[in-house]
Write a protein that binds this ligand. Structure first.
Ligand code: PHB
Length: 390
């Protein structure tokens, strides 16, 4: 296959940008982006996909946003909340970054948001769904390019209720992301008359599921709802099938359960229904060109994390274009994003009052190696932003 010229250029630029020497910087100097992401542990693949997506967009812009070259400083946060404050302060105080981009884990992002608020540093969150970031911790200079934990869960509660299921068991990691994903599910599912008969949890990042799967088998609910992601999601889907549950008790999840994981899950994921703000078969010109450019640059298929990284860079670009590269102009930066329509591979979205994406949540079904979009579970779903006062 011959690749279109733009895809080749983007690929070459994506690879070149990481080594671009600082001597090419403009008078203002390069804008320093502090990437705080997990590069080790159960979420390592997610961190890498986010960075790839972020770099791809910048490469497509010729290496500059708002007229500024972009320089990177990176920290591996290991998805460890106990190290979050130290890690983010390395970027803020030691490296003097202009903007923080991170992270994946909801417990870690809480430390980042606090440090961003205390220091006034711009923060763009390319994954972590912690409801508080666009709730009680919201701020004019904090934005999210991904989702709130509540969003996919809430959309799935309606889907599962419409399927006629009455009694559901939930199972997840015991931390903010799991709790809030289940919280969103529970809100819409119980509103529609459903009942949560048991809420099961394991500590993060534990993957010893056997005892809990035995418990699910003995409860015999109509269905199970789950939040797991990354390496943990791979193990959970495989264990659920191996325990014989896949044939008897339908499993539903927030889409992270099957995103970026299908190669490793194989047939054990086949047929699973999940809700998420992205899918593999959107078939729009925007998504197709993104997927081609990403695959060309990295020899990998993109997933939701790559899209969120790409869109974090788009959002930074929109803010910097409005401020002509001056990130200290926080009010202008925020005003530009608040009225923007972000041309995402997922479909265009806007940024709500609390700075979380207002977006369609798709219903997807695993078919082979794809999360095939089978419908829109929730159109233009906005996080309620409870507790946000700016
Ligand atoms: C989170 O901790 O907020 C989180 C982590 C991984 C995901 C989604 C949410 O895939």
């Amino acid at each position: 296959m011959t690749l279109p010229r733009h895809a080749l250029l983007a690929a070459a630029a994506a690879l070149a940008v990481s080594t671009a020497p600082a001597v090419h910087a403009q008078a203002a100097g390069p804008l320093k982006v502090g990437l705080m992401l997990p590069y080790t542990g159960t979420y390592a693949a997610l961190g890498n996909a986010i960075e790839n997506g972020f770099r791809l967009y910048i490469a497509e812009q010729g290496g500059k946003l708002g007229g500024r070259e972009i320089a990177f400083v990176k920290v591996d946060d290991e998805s460890d909340p106990a190290k979050a404050t130290d890690n983010v302060n390395k970027l803020i105080k030691r490296d003097n970054v202009d903007v923080l981009v991170g992270t994946v884990h909801s417990g870690v992002v809480a430390g980042m948001a606090k440090a961003a608020k205390d220091s006034g540093t711009m923060l763009i969150v390319p994954n972590a769904g912690a409801d508080a970031v666009t709730g009680p911790m919201c701020a004019k200079h904090i934005f999210r390019s991904s989702f709130s934990n509540w969003q996919p869960g809430y959309a799935m509660g309606e889907v599962v209720a419409k399927k006629g299921h009455k009694k559901v068991v939930t199972i997840t990691w015991k931390y903010a992301a799991g709790d809030e994903s289940v919280g969103g599910f529970k809100e819409s599912f119980t509103k529609a008359g459903g009942q949560i008969v048991k809420e099961l949890t394991v500590p993060f990042p534990n993957v010893e599921f056997q005892a809990l799967l035995t418990e699910i088998a003995s409860i015999k609910p109509d269905a199970v709802y789950t939040f797991f992601a990354g390496g943990g999601a791979v193990k959970f889907v495989k264990d659920y099938a191996a325990a014989g549950l896949k044939k008897t008790i339908p499993l539903y999840g927030a889409g992270f359960l099957t995103d970026g994981t299908l190669d490793a899950q194989g047939a054990d994921a086949d047929g699973l229904l999940t809700t998420l703000h992205y899918g593999d078969s959107l078939d729009t010109p925007r998504d197709k060109s993104f997927r081609l450019a990403y695959a060309t640059a990295y020899k990998l298929q993109p997933d939701v994390y790559a899209v969120q990284g790409y869109d974090a860079a788009q959002m930074l670009g929109i803010g910097l274009a409005a401020t002509k590269g001056d990130i200290a102009k926080k009010a202008e930066f925020a005003a530009a994003l608040e009225k923007a329509r972000i041309d995402s591979p997922r479909g265009a979205f806007t940024i709500g009052k609390s700075h979380n994406p207002v977006q369609d949540i798709y219903l997807r079904q695993v078919v082979g190696k794809e999360n095939k979009v089978v419908g829109v579970a929730s159109k233009a779903l906005a996080d309620p932003g409870r507790g946000c006062r700016m």
